[in-house]
Ligand binder design. Sequence first.
Ligand SMILES: NC(=O)c1ccc[n+]([C@@H]2O[C@H](COP(=O)([O-])OP(=O)(O)OC[C@H]3O[C@@H](n4cnc5c(N)ncnc54)[C@H](O)[C@@H]3O)[C@@H](O)[C@H]2O)c1
Length: 344
Amino acid sequence: MKQELLKSADASGSVTHKVLVVGLGGQTRKDHIPALMRRKDVKIIGIVDTNQALLDEYHLLIGVPVFTSLVDAIQTGMPDLAIVSVPHFEYSGILRTLAAHKIATLKEKPLAMTYQEAIEIINMYQDSDTYLQICVQRRFSKLYDTTKKLLDSIGRVYSVYVEYTMKLSAEDMASGWRADKKISGGGAALDMGYHSIDLLTYIFGTPDKVYAQLNYHSLDSNYTIDDTMKAMMTYRDGRINANLVVTKIFNQKNEKVRIFGSDGSIYVDERKVTLYDKDGVEMESHSFNFKTEEVDQQLSYFIEKSKKNRFDSRDRNLKDQLNNMLVIDSIYKSHDISQVIKLG
Ligand SMILES: NC(=O)c1ccc[n+]([C@@H]2O[C@H](COP(=O)([O-])OP(=O)(O)OC[C@H]3O[C@@H](n4cnc5c(N)ncnc54)[C@H](O)[C@@H]3O)[C@@H](O)[C@H]2O)c1
């Protein structure tokens, strides 16, 4: 009933969803605001950020009301949806307020900084029976949808290799909230690796075993996060072994996946997926160049699911996100105690 009251209708009678944007950083400006502006059924009723200068600049640019207080924004604009994209340590308080007001939430990855915090966040939304979704846009891409479908062509999968690299300088590594593990929660494994781990969860489920080693001080620079993570994992009762290499300080930006099966292999390189037969002969190849499509699909899914605005305890996506946090906690633990962690 409340949701119905909060939604407004335009002259043609179609529903306009009232969205509050929280956090006006790089990710919001690059992906979320453009995706919102591409839709006709959405109205941004306010933007919240702690940086007044940034808010003023954006207010001039797109003419949307801006706020430094989340509660003021909620009381003024009465949103029914929120998109939240802030530094990792800032989420908890913001999500508590949104859940208390029963505002359906699209939260940027990661689900949380730790598995324990992930449980607390899920409980907030479960207690208020409000919809929560985490941004993992690769799940909405044709690239990985095609990759998943091609698995039927390579027989019994036995080995996987995933590599995700960036080329950050010593200066980049030391700048901003990401440099400090206490407020970012982690670097290569949590911040970057979240996407790769989610991809493995999406395709193969949760690993049974994890062994990982991290590098913290590869560069002589002022940061406390892991700059590089290497993990070896097994899936499906040990039948599949996977290597995951994630680093912020490689010599180039790069994203690749290799999946080997008894009848062939699948290679993903950036935006291209290729199927090879067991002799290494290329069978088919597909390129998907439009990243905006997956951000749009993710937003459409969120808006559709928010119509009921209920917490769904059987939601596959959210369960997977919780599993991702279990894997990430295990990666840090495995490094700390130099042991294999069993998850099964
Ligand atoms: N899905 C992806 O591919 C992807 C890519 C990049 C970042 N991210 C995620 O997006 C989130 C934000 O990352 P970013 O790179 O945009 O960071 P950023 O530092 O560029 O932006 C963060 C913004 O939040 C604002 N902020 C800080 N505290 C706030 C508060 N209490 N209330 C409101 N605003 C506040 C800051 O002023 C800043 O404008 C992170 O969770 C990150 O992991 C996801």
